[in-house]
Design a protein around this ligand. Structure first.
Ligand code: KG4
Ligand code: ZN
Length: 341
């Protein structure tokens, strides 16, 4: 089975070719530098860039995979959630392609693709889906837009257990980083600076860590960073304290993510934990999840960094599994900007 897949839900235009679980190509055109100037993603600019990049990225993905459009069995695209106009560009272009080439079309839920991404493994030649390793898991999906704990009972069967009631974890990294004077997106910058910092230097709140529910809230943490800096303005002018500030903010976010994910796994007696999404790149989160899982004899499956941020390979990998399960979409299926998982 050969599929061409697209991802355009936010600020990455990506196309990938998948054949029998193997990623033949995964081309990602990132707009991060363009949006950095505005301190966040500007939807109109994102849409314009998707329009500009869609065809070149598609051609490049086919070229790298040495696949012609006629050889495809299906075309897939992210259907939601995401920025409406950005989704429209990818979904409608993919459907037009499928119509013209008389191929099957498959619309994919962006977060379901993230959920699946930890099962992609690097190989000497590139990467492939390691479906034989799949086992039921508790999955932490952490990105700039969402923070979810999901019980994945079987390959295509999942249930959301907890989510954020306000800001996402990535948003908290980005907003706290902005207050610290770091460029957008601040998550990777905080990660880098925190390596040299002391995570116990400053005590920021761990929101909802002891609440009996499985939800998150990160807006209060961002606000506490703001008030703390207002009270201690000298800290901002002292660059030597930046690593400590970054490490302390990061520790507050990571501690909550790890504690709540592990608690759900223990309660539901699930022996495998997975993590995906842009924030799953974070070195402290990776280390602390590994430590917590090892202590409890749980297996941990972290998404490879390359597939943690938005990419079409994860869309295509999931689309192929859906195709094998006969879960295909209508050619005129509409975008679902607020699609709940
Ligand atoms: O999954 P993603 O590429 O896009 C969304 O679907 O949102 O995630 C982007 C988010 C941004 O908030 C970014 O700051 C964060 O992931 N991120 C990180 C790291 N790398 C990316 N956050 C913390 N540490 C990192 N190393
Ligand atoms: Zn994402």
């Amino acid at each position: 089975m050969t599929l061409l897949a697209f991802e355009t839900s936010c600020d990455e235009t990506s196309a990938a070719v998948i054949r029998d679980g193997v990623i033949l190509s995964n081309v990602v055109s990132s707009q991060v530098a363009l949006h950095a100037e505005y301190g966040g993603v500007v939807p109109e600019l994102a849409t314009r860039e998707h329009l500009r990049n869609f065809l070149p990225v598609s051609r490049e993905a086919l070229k790298q995979a040495l696949v012609t459009p006629e050889q495809l069995h299906a075309i897939a695209a992210t259907q939601g959630p995401g920025l409406p106009a950005a989704l429209l560009v990818g979904l409608k272009s993919a459907q037009a392609m499928a119509f013209a080439l008389r191929k099957i079309f498959i619309g994919i839920h962006h977060h379901e693709a993230h959920l699946f991404s930890p099962w992609i493994v690097a190989t000497e030649a590139g990467a492939r889906l390691d479906i034989d390793a799949f086992e039921p898991n508790i999955s932490l999906v952490v990105s700039g837009g969402h923070t979810l704990i999901v019980h994945v009972a079987s390959e295509l069967n999942h249930r959301v257990i907890g989510s954020t009631i306000d800001d996402a974890a990535g948003e908290c990294f980005d907003k706290a980083g902005k207050l610290l004077g770091l460029p957008y997106p601040a998550g990777p910058e905080i990660d880098k600076l925190a390596v040299q910092g002391n995570p116990r230097a400053f005590d920021f709140p761990r929101p909802m860590i002891h609440d009996p529910n499985d939800d998150f809230s990160f807006a209060g943490l961002k606000t506490s960073v703001r008030y703390f800096l207002q009270k201690n303005p000298a800290l901002l002018n002292d660059t030597s304290r930046l690593p400590d500030l970054c490490a302390s903010v990061q520790a507050a976010i990571v501690e909550v993510l790890v504690a709540k994910t592990i608690r759900v796994a223990e309660r539901l007696n699930v022996k495998c934990v997975t993590a995906s999404g842009g924030v799953a790149c974070n070195s402290s989160l990776r280390k602390e999840l590994a430590r917590a899982c090892e202590k409890r004899g749980m297996r941990l499956r972290l998404v490879e960094r390359k597939f943690s941020t938005d990419n079409a390979a994860m869309i295509g990998i999931l689309a192929e599994r859906k195709l094998l399960a006969n879960q295909v979409s209508e050619l005129d299926a509409d975008i679902q900007p607020n699609w709940a998982l």
